[in-house]
Design a protein. Sequence first.
Length: 193
Amino acid sequence: MFIGLRRLVAVLCILVIFTFTKDITIASSYQNLTTNPKITDSLVKLQSIGRGDVLSILNGANATGKPIRVMFRDLAIYGLSNCEAVTMRTQGGGLVIYINKKHAEAPSEAVACLIAHESQHHTQTNTRAEELRAWLKEVSTWNEFVRRDPTVAVSTAPLVKRLNYIDKMVIRDSGSAGIEKIIATNPAYAGLH
């Protein structure tokens, strides 16, 4: 019996070490995208729901061929304090996703949805179609998180409230009509063609 207990303890130790090592490996695979632990967690969450398409875009399968950095930033310095996030071109020809720092305390799943949205802007075409695709990617990502864990939708974080609102709008309109109306009437999108 003592030998069986030793084997059990040894197996449990190996499982704990494997699990810990796997988490470190997953997190370290995003070092080229961010140094922020919340954003890293959001990227891990995207991977956990099968958003490999978003992660591929971020890792270089995009119009620039370069990884897209993701970070929190005070968007007021760009005159964009009302924006949730923005994708900008860097001096080196790459892209960076800035998530408004007001969302730094939002649940990782909600931040992941903004990342999914902004990843769709890698072509920088600035069209209504691109913006619609981004909003739909954001809300479908949110739906997957909520499907797997309905408690994420209960948060009082402003970003979660926004995602829940968008989801209800899509359900109410049986599709993208509400989002298209927002894009057509929002001054932030006035320059889109």
